[in-house]
Design a protein around this ligand. Structure first.
Ligand code: MN3
Length: 338
């Protein structure tokens, strides 16, 4: 090996190790930009203190603990949430709790009358007719959420605004949620957020919270969400038909790779139907192109051909070669969707 190359490799490995070390997981409580008593008239200091230093701290501690030895170790908080269906309850509740509260502290402020950006204000009026009706919708989502949870304003994959709510510490980034999008405003409706001052009167807490809303921060989050590559990821992640095809494909292709053709013999009709289902699905805007449609047509044609060969009981090597062809077409499709 040439000296220059081995030096480059050495530097590469040094940084790889350094990076692993730096990213070794240890989530921490974000600093508050105000005092506990900053919202006294609307949210009392004791609630703020317990909420932040006890509840949020517990989510952080329990998240760090739950991640040790899990497949989510060393992932970013966003990546953990996006794949939350593959985690257990401890990671789901505590990763959600950490993300949701971090956002919540940011969108509160003791500053009076913060202003919405022109862009966000225009979009709110376009979608909800007025800022007041947005507040009403959010309060409705919050007050009808049974038990504990959150009400959200999100930017959806097609760059629209939407109000939704989630139970417990779930949020709209999570792949278990029906409404997907990037949250730009979240209201905590767990009793720990208001009980000391408002007891069972969730509605009074919900009216009060607008007095401490940081519209400048919400506007910043709106601008950032519009530019975020996460939006395209969320759009593709909601394309169920391709996930369904992928599932059958990988459960039949991988055994075939190691010589076991039984799974594809049993499921060739299922694979063909999944391809047809993909063809009739609504293509996400970001991948909707003539090229994509040609590839999906080819996928249907090849899956159909494979199914016919299985029915004719053709020899394993022939079936395997055809399955590899189907797999190649599928790869071209996923390459476009990345
Ligand atoms: Mn809370």
């Amino acid at each position: 090996m040439k000296k220059a190359t081995s030096l480059k490799l050495g530097i590469f490995f040094f940084f790889t190790i350094l990076l692993n070390f730096v990213s070794a997981q240890n989530f921490t409580l974000p600093k508050l930009k105000y005092e506990y008593k900053a919202f006294e008239a609307y949210i009392d200091a004791q609630t703020m203190e317990i909420h932040y230093s006890k509840h949020h701290q517990a989510y952080v501690n329990n998240l760090n603990k739950a991640l040790i030895g899990s497949k989510f170790e060393n992932k970013t908080l966003e990546d953990i949430l996006l794949g939350i269906s593959r985690s257990g309850d401890a990671i789901r509740n505590n990763a959600g709790g950490h993300y949701n509260h971090s956002l919540f502290w940011e969108i509160l402020t003791p500053k009076k009358d913060t202003k919405l950006s022109e862009d966000l204000q225009a979009e709110i009026i376009k979608t909800f007719t007025s800022v007041d009706s947005l507040k009403k919708l959010l309060n409705q989502a919050a007050s009808t959420r049974f038990g504990s949870g959150w009400a959200w304003l999100i930017v959806t994959p097609d760059k629209k605004l939407q109000v939704c709510s989630t139970p417990n510490q779930d949020n709209p980034l999570m792949d278990i949620n029906v409404d997907r999008g990037i949250p730009i405003l979240g209201i905590d409706v767990w009793e720990h957020a208001y009980y000391l001052k408002y007891q069972n009167k969730r509605g009074d807490y919900l009216s009060a919270i607008w007095n401490v809303m940081n519209w400048e921060e919400v506007s910043k989050k709106y601008e950032a969400a519009l530019k975020s590559p996460l939006l395209q990821f969320l759009e593709l992640d909601s394309w169920k038909a391709i996930k369904d095809f992928h599932k059958v494909m990988s459960e039949t292709f991988h055994p075939a790779e190691s010589g076991d053709l039984e799974p594809i013999k049993e499921r060739s009709s299922e694979l063909m139907l999944a391809a047809l289902n993909l063809k009739s699905s609504n293509l996400p805007k970001s991948v909707d192109s003539p090229e994509m449609k040609v590839l999906i047509d080819e996928l249907v044609k090849e899956s159909n051909a494979l199914h016919k060969m299985v029915k004719k009981k053709l020899k394993d090597p022939i079936l395997k070669a055809k399955l590899f062809e189907v797999h190649d077409v599928f790869h071209k499709i996923t390459a476009i969707s990345k």
